[in-house]
Design a binder for this molecule. Structure first.
Ligand SMILES: Nc1ncnc2c1ncn2[C@@H]1O[C@H](COP(=O)(O)OP(=O)(O)OP(=O)(O)O)[C@@H](O)[C@H]1O
Ligand SMILES: [Mg+2]
Length: 635
């Protein structure tokens, strides 16, 4: 019953594309079954309707040409012996072009040549095949074109939509899953959007022609024959559902595999350091066993449909023979007529069987389409406000007002935080590990929203601003510096077109210019993945240069605790000091110098501010800060 709860309001039978109807051929008539397919058609294939119609037209033409070839053979052979046909036969009138072509060819061949009579048939065969080839080639190209275009748009839309999701979303959906959606699921849809689409139209046209012909030959017998259809439809419907379900699981398994690969490759140093290559290889084998099992299940379901069709066809044939044998014996039915009928039935059955195969492939893609639409239908949890407040160009005050926060309900990480930072002040946050410092600073760019209380800029809740504008006012430098596989220049300018001079100036102030110049291509040196070709201190200075260049009034800094060598430690520290000048800065501080220069220090313990003050005052308190100082900040 749960299946009925799906939103069907957009579906009506008039909007149902032929394709969706074909795709669901031999399966449930439930609207849900067609839902994502018909949505995909409406939203992504319809813009290319011209291409699709042209392609389908050509595909049908190719099919008809083949039929013409078979159908005209009898006629062609009659053409072989012109003497048999009495003068004035109506045949030529039926196809004037045919007669004209024949006349033209004959008149251009030497008088009395044997070719005059025998060349026509082979020429016709070649012409028809050539035409058919041109038609089917063009049809394929048009369809593939529209298919690739449609799926690319789907991928762009999915990517854009995923980027709109709030940061917490990406914690719940690992990279492997998102990659599977964008690559493998979209790829599966590309098949149906191009190939299967054209094929199903061609086969459907052939099938309709076949059915019409069978009805024309003997409509009564044919109607009885069609009564056997449920014999095929019910098992195939069950199989379709099964194929779809299995493919859901298949894509999930692929997502897990991708996630594993991504983790192993990006943590390859850990693997190497602990010599766990064998361990990782065995874990991959385990996942492959799962994929193998699912793959076999899927293959079994798909392979079953063929024998089902064959068996059903066998039953129909047996019934038909049983039925007509008495008629033939009694002379009520000519054997030749029956044979013609039988051939026609087979000719009708063949495209239907191919449609079943196409349907199987469509079911596989449907599973992917369902998953893609599930993502596309997810509303971002942090939408921008309808009427965003004007963002002050130079904020005067940043404040946390009685802020509470919990990642999971009932498990508060921050409780009742009150902090105020005025323009130009540097506020240091210190505290033991897990105290909630990172969580607290993540509330400023709205990576998360407080569960209670509010964060304000100039006394306005930051939720009133456009998140994009808000984040432009905030520069963030974190412990793990995140760089892209672009040049140094592009990493510093990230997404904006700054001049080389501006980039160099920022790099100089960030104490990064010297080492950048020593790189093989200077500022144009491409970075390896996530900047792994640079040292930790160098990466951090690139990030600092990035923040300097974008010049945000508010700065959020998660200082590195990692042991930088003394030289880069000093360079990073100097760069940070330059960065903090004349800015409102919220710093998670580990360096004694940062702490000593801070306007105020907030000591966080278990999500609460336990002490506030300047370095000397806090030391004199002999409380938590003095204890931390004893442990951590001795130099
Ligand atoms: N994404 C998350 N989901 C759930 N819990 C989290 C998440 N991030 C942090 N926590 C929990 O919140 C608490 C505070 O973590 P937070 O990272 O803010 O500490 P921290 O003060 O920055 O510590 P450190 O000095 O080690 O960086 C910890 O108990 C941590 O387990
Ligand atoms: Mg932290």
């Amino acid at each position: 019953m749960a299946r009925r709860q799906v939103n069907n309001k957009n579906v009506n039978s008039y909007n149902m594309p032929l394709y969706a109807l074909l795709a669901s051929f031999s399966q449930s008539s439930s609207w849900k079954t067609m839902n994502t397919l018909s949505r995909f058609f409406r939203e992504h294939l319809r813009p290319n309707l011209g291409l699709i119609l042209a392609g389908s037209g050509l595909a049908v033409l190719a099919g008809l040409l083949q039929t013409l070839l078979v159908g005209s053979l009898k006629w062609v052979f009659e053409g072989f012996a012109p003497t048999i046909i009495p003068a004035g036969t109506p045949i030529p009138d039926a196809l004037p072009a045919f007669t004209a072509a024949k006349a033209w060819l004959t008149s251009h061949l030497p008088e009395g040549s044997a070719l005059r009579t025998s060349a026509f048939v082979p020429t016709l065969v070649i012409v028809i095949f050539a035409l058919k080839g041109i038609c089917s080639f063009s049809a394929t190209m048009l369809m593939v074109r529209s298919g690739i275009k449609a799926t690319q748009r789907l991928r762009e839309r999915l990517f854009g939509h995923l980027l709109k999701q709030e940061p917490a979303f990406f914690q719940k959906h690992p990279v492997g899953e998102l990659l599977t959606r964008c690559i493998s699921d979209v790829g599966a849809v590309q098949g149906i959007a191009s190939n299967q689409f054209a094929e199903s139209i061609r086969e459907a046209a052939t099938a309709v022609a076949g059915i019409a012909f069978v009805l024309y030959l003997d409509w009564q017998r044919s109607l009885v024959l069609f009564l056997a259809a449920p014999l095929i439809i019910f098992p195939l419907k069950k199989l379709s559902q099964r194929i779809r379900k299995i493919n859901h699981r298949n894509q999930e398994a692929i997502a897990r595999l991708l996630q594993r690969l991504k983790e192993v490759f990006s943590n390859v140093r850990v693997v190497k350091a602990f010599a766990r290559e064998g361990y990782e290889a065995r874990r991959l084998e385990g996942q492959n066993v799962e994929l193998f099992r699912i793959g076999m299940k899927s293959a079994r379901a798909i392979a079953m449909s063929h024998p089902i069709m064959e068996m059903a066809g066998g039953f129909m044939l047996a019934g038909l023979i049983l039925w007509v044998s008495s008629d033939i014996q009694a002379g009520r039915l000519a054997t030749s007529d029956f044979m013609t009928y039988l051939v026609a039935v087979f000719a009708m059955y063949d495209p239907l069987r191919r449609l079943t195969r196409i349907n199987n492939e469509v079911q596989v893609a449907r599973a992917s389409l369902d998953r893609i639409y599930a993502m596309l239908d997810r509303e971002p949890q942090m939408p921008p406000p309808a009427n965003p407040a004007q963002m002050p160009s130079v904020p005067k005050k940043l404040a946390f007002e009685n802020v509470h926060f919990a990642y999971e309900q009932g498990h508060e990480v921050l409780s009742g935080i009150n902090i105020q930072v005025n323009s130009g002040e540097t506020i240091a946050l210190v505290g033991g590990s897990g105290g909630g410092k990172t969580t607290l600073v993540n509330l400023v760019p709205r990576f998360y929203d407080p569960t209670k209380g509010r964060v304000t800029i100039d006394d306005r809740d930051i939720r009133e601003f456009d998140p994009g504008e808000l984040r432009q006012q905030i520069g963030i430098v974190t412990q793990e510096t995140l760089l892209f596989m672009d040049s140094i220049h592009d990493n510093i300018a990230y997404g904006k077109s700054f001049s080389r001079e501006a980039v160099v100036e920022a790099a100089k102030r960030a104490h990064a210019h010297d080492f950048i110049q020593q790189l093989p291509d200077g500022y144009d040196t491409p970075l390896a993945e996530t900047g792994s070709s640079l040292s930790g201190g160098q990466r951090q200075r690139i990030a600092i240069a990035r923040a300097l260049l974008h010049n945000p009034p508010i700065l959020v800094l998660d200082e590195a605790t990692s042991a930088l060598d003394t030289e880069s430690e000093r360079a990073v520290q100097e760069a940070l000091e330059v960065l903090m000048q004349n800015r409102t800065a919220l710093v998670i501080a580990h360096r004694l110098s940062t702490i000593q220069k801070a306007t105020r220090i907030y000591v966080l313990k278990q999500g609460q501010v336990v002490e506030v003050g300047r370095h000397e005052d806090l030391l004199a308190l002999h409380g938590e800060y003095a204890r931390l100082h004893q442990l951590q900040f001795r130099e």
